[in-house]
Design a protein around this ligand. Structure first.
Ligand SMILES: Cc1cc2nc3c(=O)[nH]c(=O)nc-3n(C[C@H](O)[C@H](O)[C@H](O)COP(=O)(O)O)c2cc1C
Length: 176
């Protein structure tokens, strides 16, 4: 798929069939993560956790339900959640570290789109998981790492049509 077609087809998918993602597709999506830019090339301070364990996915969803009182599954029944974690240089992650994680996540959503798979950035559920020490421990992160964001990935019945570009969507001005 040509890059502009991928960009126009990518959308946040919040409905999955639940079918497992093939190992081949998963590897390609993880390759896209490896191709991401990372601030100061600190790749060693980034970490990916590929979660397909249903009990852990359910625990992440249940934690959100408990903390927000909302009933909707925040992971939408996706069969895979890839966590992006960082090892902050300071006490808490800073702009560069959050941004690098976001770029990695976005590379994965673009790759998923190119493969015809649905994906969605999931930030809220990760922030809430970090407030739950028992759940956080189940991520099995290396020492010093903290999960900052994630993406759901999976087959969807939802259409992912080429979208028209709304040129006014984000305000802009020019300085010539
Ligand atoms: C930093 C960031 C965090 C997001 N967090 C969530 C989230 O926790 N849950 C969710 O359903 N969507 C989340 N989204 C998806 C946005 O809601 C979505 O990108 C936006 O509504 C535009 O829709 P589109 O992705 O279909 O173009 C997030 C997107 C970004 C960029």
């Amino acid at each position: 798929m040509e890059i502009f077609e991928v960009l126009k087809r990518r959308r946040s998918t919040r409905q999955y069939t639940g079918k497992a993602v093939s190992q081949e597709d998963l590897e390609l999506i993880l390759d896209a993560a490896m191709l991401s830019p990372v601030a100061r090339a600190r790749f060693e301070d980034m970490h990916l956790t590929v979660i397909s364990d249903k009990t852990l996915l359910q625990a992440i969803s249940e934690n959100v339900r408990q903390k927000t009182g909302r009933d909707r599954d925040p992971l939408f029944g996706a069969p895979v959640l890839v966590l992006v974690s960082v090892k902050p240089a300071g006490e808490v992650p800073q702009n560069n570290e959050y941004s690098s994680a976001a770029m990695i996540a976005h590379n994965m959503t673009l790759a998923a789109t190119a493969l015809g798979l649905g994906s969605c950035d999931i930030w809220g559920a990760i922030g809430l998981a970090n407030q739950n020490p028992e759940l956080k421990a189940r991520f099995g992160l290396p020492e010093g790492f903290v999960a900052v964001c994630s993406v759901t990935i999976g087959e969807t019945d939802e259409a992912m049509p080429v979208r028209d570009v709304d040129k006014q969507k984000i305000a802009k001005h020019y300085i010539a």
